[in-house]
Structures are given as structure tokens and as C-alpha cells.
Design a protein around this ligand. Structure first.
Ligand code: AHR
Length: 872
């Protein structure tokens, strides 16, 4: 603790000193200095020196620029960065991204601190680009890039450019040149480094030093967590809070603030919310779903033959549909053998409940046997059975209902043809009849109910990264996910498994309607995920985009979606919706375009085309742009906002996953936002602690943030935690809001926070005057309050967050609100910060215009108070 205090003091003094020095009170520094730009840990670092001999590192190799090319973490490399200052003062950095791709990466900066969007032009087709450097020709005003490439012989190449995005064709140099000619060496912290040296004004160095100090200072604040509370608050005693609610200063806030973001990650869809009980029902699993990492992940996955008198193979001749190519072939020599499916970690059954079984089948030899369908246990127990009608030589859908005799969690399903010879089977499916709202092809009732209980005002779907996909061929195409399930196009889920598309756009929209939530579909902005691993080619993969020749067709697809959702049954696409069972339009109002994309020129060009087309065809649709994956100041955030401001896009999607300390120290995040620019949709956020647990501390940090979002509900229109669902044993990302297995739904404390905000939402915000008996920054930042009124019920809702290890004795003054009922509902979540099994406790309490409430240590309290105007 002492160490932390000293560090704080040091940082404070350092920052204060630098402020003074900026204001020229201290004017003893040299007018100019040298900087040395070099690579450390795959990023660009800077050292400084007055004499060009003795070098000082800044932040011990702090990276001022990192490459965004390649798969997250493992592939984001920066080799041999070369820093160059153009005559107009703009800094340019070029680097090679790996030793295979012919990409010459580039970024520019005015001050070496804020780096503009990166670009990755390909300068060498089918060869690499390494060790690049830049020169400038004052006569032509053009830049020449020179690099090496091992095309079988060591050779160097050059090309010229005006903008570092488009280059002339690469020309082989007569004499191989080495970047060593253009680079210098320097001893940095006793290590000889290669880099570039530049003479700059002292204030440039000072700016770099201050930037790094600020980052270090913020990191220190943001890494604060409850582990250090015993020391941080060693002498803290319970505090008093005086809270005066100011009805007269109330303002309108969004009536859609809290919603959900559903993405098929962690087996959220297949094996999760989508109620299908059989795995790989269509025999469409392919090695590529897992990028070849699991040799068993193929058409046979989850299937086996019980018995030796049959062979089981896969065929693709005359399938049910071209989108569903593979089917099972059973060659039976003796009746009694069955094809068995193990489900997703077993099949769970409830005694007495009915299950809809369906299958497409045909007999190759036109035999007319039937299929015996059985639900069986490990030792051959029969939990239920039924028999289909006779097969024919054509693909025919057979349907039977099976009633479960027992409640079990590990059944399998067997299909036992009652004939010998060759039988073809496909789309073998088993659904509980009790789906959510009893929908066919529906959702798991308990999971869907848990979501509905949050009272979300909107649902963002289907991703996330699932939307922009892992390469252009993996972009989520909504049209592939509607119509009969056997005709939908399954695909590789970029989280490393298989998506059947059984839970498709029709089911998403239906679910939204069933829970009274606004649908917010998201489509890719014509670019795939920048973090995917698939070839950095501008056409094929990441950092690339849909070719311009295909953009019109892609835009048409997006416009078709709007027509499908909103057009009447006479329109081409509205008709498809009507045929699927929903003649009434869905009244779609929002559409997200892009998901935390790299904001490159390739992105901007495509986003602009899509946005303009939607605006022209459907001016009432609210398009949501994207501001990258990080908070204020990051390049994608700045550039994303810039694009949205330029085009006047009405809403922008922000994402940040941060530490509880970040949320504690960023409570004024939105207070400075313009109220006349785009509205914010905080599409993804969560509090992450080291080790990524989900506990009371993370939940309270999120509650604190939600309190701040309510206060800023005039600029933040919507917010959704991410991710929503995670199946135990199949979780790629933690923490999540709701964990589950085949039989049990396990909401986290974070879920209850979201639920309390969702169930106690308001559309009018009443500011409060809060005075605490202890005004230390660390204390005041850990107490949050929000008072809202719901214009429908006219109820007043007071939410109070206490992230302190002591109680806060609050005195609430609601005099300004007018008459209130004498009794109110109080709900409290409290416990130890590390607790992960707390549930809200509700009680009825006495309240009056002035009343006292004790907020326990580490707690979230909600009062729902009826007013004179409340609905009776
Ligand atoms: O929520 C999980 C992932 O986080 C989303 O798919 C993506 O948008 C973000 O990076």
C-alpha cells in the first residue's frame, strides 16, 4: 500500500511538473533533442537523447504504435518498423507484418502519439515484404518504398506512392539494397538496437513522455480492485450520505436503455437456446469448422451405429437440398441395428413430456420398411419409442411424437430401420414440444424465459464477430438462415464450431416479438473481422473487403432484409416472411452496420455505400455505425466516430470490456458527449477482473456503470452486456451473463443486476444532490445513485450502488417528488466481492418523503416507490 501511495505521489508530481514545464515556468530544457524509433515486443517504441549518444527509454519500451494486422494477439506483429517524417511534418511508419505476406503496413501521425488508421496494401503478390524503408524525392514529391523479398533469391524491390495506400508496380532493384543503409543503431538500456534517429523540438519528446506517464497512471487507477480494499480503506468507517432528489430538474431519457446482445458464442445457439436436442442432425459438420484441429469433427460426429450388421457411410448424391449435401447411408444386413445420436452432451428428457421427432428418409431399393425411433439409456433402457410410416424411394419427411417415460439427462436417440438394404437418412431432429411459447423449431423454454425476465427492450443479434465473420466467405448472410430448415445454409462458426442456422432470422424476429423487444439485426459492413486469421489479402480475408463488383448485390441483400421484415405480404421478401407464418410486418426500426471493425479506407468506402443506400430506400430506419472495440482515444474509436459524424449517422455502437477500476474511474465517460451528434448504443461491455471471474465485484462495477448510463440516458440510447450465454464445458469466452447446461440455467450476479435495471427501467431521469460525510475521491467514486421515473406506471425507482467495504447510511429526501406511497419494494444484492452465488432479496419496506436506508457494504439496492400518480 505504501508503495502504491508513493507511486501515486510520484506520478502526480511528474504530471504536475510536466504541466508547469509546458507552461514555460520551467524553461531549462534544451530546445531540441533526438529521438530514436525502434521495435520492442512487436510495437514501435521511442527513446530520446540530447546528444545522440546517451539514450533514455520512454516507459521502458512503451509502444506508441502496434500493428492491427492478423489474428488477435498471436499474429499481430510489427517487424522492422521504419519511421519517417515527411516535409509537411507528418510522421509515417511502415513495417512488415510477417515473413510471408507481401503487405507493406502503414500508419501516419501528427505527433507520434495519436496514430491514424492503418492500411495494409499488398506490394508483392505471392511473396513477402520485409525490412522496408521510405525515401522522399523532393523533385517529384513522391515517396519510394524499398523492401527485401525472398523470392528464391535475396533481392530488393521498390515502388512509389503518394499516399502509402496505392503503389506503382514493384520493380526489382539492380543492386540489392539493405535497410541497414537507412537505419542507425543505438545502445538502449545496454542493448544494441536498430532504428531511425530524428531531431525534434523538445516539446515533441515531452509530449511522448507525458503520454506514457498518463497511460501508466491510468493503468494504475484502472487496476484497482477489491483485493486491495482492506489496505485502501483500512481506516474507513461507515459513512453518511445525504441525497436530495430534484424532481424539478428531471430530463427525458431513452426508454430502450437496457436490452440484450445475443451471439452464437459458447454454444449459445445450437446446443443452447435453440431447442434442437440432436447434434449434427444434418451430417454437415466439416473439419474446417474447427480449422482441421479435430480429426473427428466431420459428418459422422455425434453419430454411431449400434451393432455389427450394418455399415454407416456418408454420401452426397441427390441430397435433400444443395445447401444440405451430406446424408447418412445405412447398409443393413440384419434388422435391429440402429443409427444413434448422442445429442449435445447427452439428451435430457422429462418424464411425461412429448418430443417431436422428424427425419428425411428414403430407401435406395424402394423397400417399404418403417423406422423404429427409440430414446435409450446407456444400458439399453428404453425411455420412449414410436414408429414412422413406411419409406419410399423418394426423400420424405417422417414425423412422430415420442413421450418420455423417465426424467434423464443422458439419453441417446436411435433410428432402427425395420428392413434390410440401403437406407438414406438426413435432417434427423428431436424437439421438446414445450419450447418457449410452444413455437415449432423453437427455443429452449427455461433459457428463453431467463432472457425474457430481464425485460430487455431490444435484442441485438446475431453477433458480434459472428456477423462479420472470419474472412469474406464467413460473413453471416441472413438470407441463408430463413426458409425450411433443411434448405438453410449451415456454416463454420468463427468461435470454433458449427452453426446450423436452425436459429435463423425468422426465429430471432419471432423471439423479439414474443418478449416485446425491438429487433436490432446487425449486418457486416462489407468487411470481415480484423482479428481473423484468414489471409491479409484485400479481396479474400481480413483487412480486406467485399470486392466493389459485388457490393451492389451485397447492399441489395441488406435492403431485402428490411423488405423481408417490414414489407407487406405482396412484396417479394415480405411474401417469404408471410409464407414462414408471419403475415404482419415486424416493424423493424434499427439496423447495425458493422461490428467493431478496423476503421480503414476499405471499411469507410463500403460502410458509406451501405448507409447511403439504406437512407435512400428506408429513411426511417435508424442505422447504427461502429466505433471499434476500445474506448475513447483508440484509433478505431476516433475514426469510427469520424465516419459517423461525417455521414450524420444517427447512432453508433461502442464496445469496451474493462476492469472494475476502469468503470469506477470513468463514471463521467458520457457526461462530456455532445447531445447533438449521434446517439450511443453501448453494444458490448462487461467488467473483467484478472482470471475473468463473474462475481459480486464485477456485477457492482457494471451496476455503477448502468447508473451512469441512466444519468446519460439522453445520449446513450441503448446498452447490452456481452456475451449473454455460455454452455458449461463449451465456453470460449468468460465471463458471461447466464451459464447453463442441458438441464439447469445458472444466472450470474451480473444477470441479476441487468434484470433489476431492466425490470426497473424509467424514461425520465431525476438528478440528485449527493453529499457524503467522507469526500475522499476513492470513497465518492464507489457510491452511485440514479433516480428514474417510469412514465407508464409513474413509479419512482431509486438505485443505489455501494462498492465500499463499509455501509453507507443514506438519508433520502424525496420532498420534491410529491406524495409517495408509505410502502415500497426494496431489492438488495449484497455479499463479499468474490461471492458468485448471491441472489436478490426482496422485501416490502416503509418509506416516506424523507427516509433513511442503510446500503450494506458491497451492495446494490433498488427501491421501487409508488407515487400518487402511480397506476392503481
Ligand atoms: O462478445 C464477444 C465478442 O467480443 C464479440 O463477438 C465481439 O464483437 C467482441 O470482440
Amino acid at each position: 500500500m505504501k508503495q502504491i501511495k508513493t507511486l501515486y505521489l510520484y506520478l502526480f508530481l511528474a504530471i504536475a511538473l510536466s504541466v508547469f514545464s509546458n507552461s514555460k515556468i520551467v524553461a531549462a530544457e534544451a530546445d531540441s533533442a533526438y529521438i530514436f524509433a525502434y521495435e520492442v515486443n512487436n510495437g514501435l517504441s521511442v527513446a530520446w537523447s540530447i546528444d545522440g549518444e546517451n539514450w533514455h527509454t520512454i516507459g521502458n519500451g512503451y509502444n506508441f504504435l502496434r500493428s492491427d494486422y492478423g489474428r488477435w494477439d498471436s499474429q499481430k506483429r510489427m517487424y522492422k518498423p521504419f519511421l519517417f517524417q515527411a516535409p509537411n511534418g507528418l510522421w509515417h511508419c511502415v513495417w512488415s507484418v510477417n515473413d510471408t505476406d507481401g503487405v507493406l503496413a502503414h500508419a501516419a501521425s501528427k505527433d507520434l502519439i495519436y496514430w491514424q488508421r492503418q492500411s495494409y496494401p499488398i506490394v508483392m503478390e505471392n511473396a513477402n515484404c520485409i525490412d522496408p524503408f521510405i525515401t522522399y524525392d523532393t523533385q517529384t514529391g513522391k515517396y519510394t518504398a524499398v523492401w527485401s523479398s525472398n523470392t528464391g533469391e535475396a533481392a530488393s524491390y521498390s515502388a512509389t506512392t503518394n499516399d502509402f495506400k496505392e503503389y506503382t508496380a514493384a520493380v526489382k532493384r539492380v543492386k540489392a539494397s539493405s535497410s541497414a543503409e537507412q537505419r542507425q543503431t543505438a545502445m538502449i538500456s545496454s542493448h544494441l538496437k536498430a532504428g531511425t534517429t530524428h531531431k525534434v523540438a523538445w516539446h515533441v519528446v515531452e509530449g511522448l513522455i507525458n503520454k506514457q506517464k498518463l497511460v501508466a497512471y491510468n493503468n494504475l487507477l484502472w487496476s484497482e480492485n477489491s483485493k486491495n480494499d482492506p489496505e485502501r480503506f483500512a481506516s474507513l468507517t461507515p459513512i453518511d450520505a445525504n441525497i436530495i432528489v430534484q424532481n424539478s430538474k428531471s430530463k427525458k431519457i431513452s426508454d430502450k436503455l437496457l436490452g440484450i446482445f445475443f451471439e452464437d458464442i459458447n454454444y449459445a445457439a445450437d446446443g443452447g437456446l435453440y431447442a434442437e436436442l440432436l447434434q449434427n442432425r444434418d451430417f454437415e459438420y466439416v473439419l474446417n469448422d474447427k480449422e482441421g484441429k479435430d480429426k473427428n469433427w466431420n459428418s459422422y460426429y455425434a453419430w454411431s451405429v449400434n451393432g455389427s450388421s450394418a455399415t454407416f457411410t456418408i454420401d452426397t448424391v441427390s441430397p435433400i437440398h444443395p445447401n444440405n449435401k451430406h446424408y447418412a447411408v445405412l447398409e443393413i444386413s440384419k434388422i435391429g441395428v440402429g443409427l444413434a445420436n448422442e445429442g449435445f452432451d447427452g439428451i435430457s428428457l422429462k418424464a411425461g413430456e412429448k418430443y417431436d421427432f422428424s427425419i428425411f428418409a428414403r430407401s435406395a431399393e424402394s423397400r417399404t420398411g418403417k423406422l423404429l425411433i427409440r430414446l435409450i439409456g446407456k444400458n439399453g433402457e428404453i425411455y420412449g419409442e414410436n414408429t414412422t410410416k413406411a419409406l419410399s424411394s423418394k426423400w420424405e419427411k417422417q414425423e412422430v411424437v415420442i413421450t418420455a417415460k423417465q426424467t434423464v439427462s443422458n439419453a441417446s436417440l436411435e433410428v432402427i430401420p425395420q428392413m434390410t438394404g440401403e437406407v438414406h437418412l438426413d435432417m434427423i431432429s428431436l424437439f421438446p414440444q414445450k419450447t418457449f411459447k410452444s413455437r415449432k423449431n423453437g427455443l429452449r423454454a427455461d433459457l428463453a424465459q431467463a432472457i425474457a425476465d430481464m425485460k430487455p427492450k431490444f435484442v441485438r443479434f446475431p453477433g458480434g464477430c459472428v456477423v462479420h465473420g472470419d474472412g469474406l466467405d464467413n460473413i453471416y448472410r441472413w438470407e441463408n438462415t430463413i426458409g425450411p430448415v433443411e434448405e438453410r445454409k449451415p456454416q463454420r462458426n468463427l468461435w470454433g464450431y458449427h452453426q446450423t442456422a436452425g436459429l435463423g432470422y425468422f426465429e430471432y424476429f419471432q423471439f423479439c416479438e414474443d418478449i416485446g423487444a425491438e429487433p436490432v439485426p446487425v449486418v457486416a459492413a462489407g468487411v470481415p473481422c480484423q482479428n481473423s486469421a484468414h489471409h491479409g489479402h484485400p479481396i479474400g480475408g481480413q483487412q480486406g473487403g467485399i470486392p466493389m463488383s459485388e457490393m451492389n448485390a451485397y447492399i441489395k441483400e441488406i435492403l431485402n432484409l428490411i423488405e423481408w421484415a417490414n414489407g407487406d405480404a405482396n412484396t417479394t421478401w415480405g411474401k417469404k416472411r408471410a409464407q414462414a407464418g408471419h403475415p404482419e410486418p415486424y416493424n423493424l426500426r434499427y439496423i447495425g452496420v458493422g461490428n467493431e471493425d478496423l476503421i480503414s479506407d476499405i471499411f469507410e468506402e463500403r460502410f458509406t455505400m451501405i448507409y447511403n443506400a439504406i437512407k435512400k430506400a428506408y429513411p426511417d430506419i435508424i442505422v447504427i455505425g461502429t466505433a471499434g472495440a476500445f474506448y475513447k482515444g483508440s484509433t478505431d474509436y476516433v475514426e469510427g466516430w469520424d465516419v459517423v459524424n461525417k455521414l450524420d449517422v444517427p447512432m453508433i455502437d461502442e464496445h469496451y470490456y474493462q476492469s472494475p477500476g476502469w468503470f469506477i474511474h470513468n463514471q463521467d465517460y458520457y457526461d462530456s458527449y455532445s447531445r447533438s451528434k449521434a446517439k450511443v448504443y453501448l453494444g458490448e461491455y462487461a467488467a473483467h477482473l484478472p482470471g475473468r471471474p463473474s462475481n459480486l465485484e464485477t456485477a457492482l462495477a457494471e451496476a455503477l456503470h448502468l447508473v451512469n448510463l441512466e444519468r446519460n440516458g439522453d445520449v446513450v440510447s441503448m446498452a447490452s452486456y456481452a456475451p449473454l450465454l455460455a454452455k458449461e464445458g463449451h465456453t470460449q469466452w468468460s465471463p458471461d451473463l447466464i451459464y447453463f447446461n442441458n438441464t439447469t440455467v445458472k444466472p450470474t450476479i451480473g444477470y441479476y443486476v441487468q434484470q433489476l435495471f431492466g425490470q426497473n427501467a424509467g424514461n425520465e431521469y431525476l438528478p440528485s444532490m449527493v453529499t457524503l460525510s467522507n469526500d475522499q475521491d476513492a470513497v465518492t467514486k464507489r457510491v452511485g445513485i440514479s433516480v428514474v421515473r417510469d412514465s407508464i406506471s409513474r413509479d419512482l425507482i431509486v438505485k443505489l450502488v455501494n462498492l465500499l467495504p463499509v455501509a453507507v447510511n443514506s438519508a433520502l429526501d424525496l420532498t420534491d417528488v410529491g406524495k409517495i406511497d408509505a410502502s415500497a419494494t426494496k431489492t438488495v444484492l449484497q455479499g463479499k466481492p468474490v461471492s458468485n452465488d448471491i441472489k436478490p432479496v426482496q422485501s416490502t419496506v416503509k418509506v416516506s418523503e424523507k427516509f433513511n436506508a442503510e446500503l450494506p457494504a458491497y451492495s446494490f439496492t433498488v427501491f421501487r416507490i409508488r407515487t400518487e400518480a402511480s397506476a392503481k
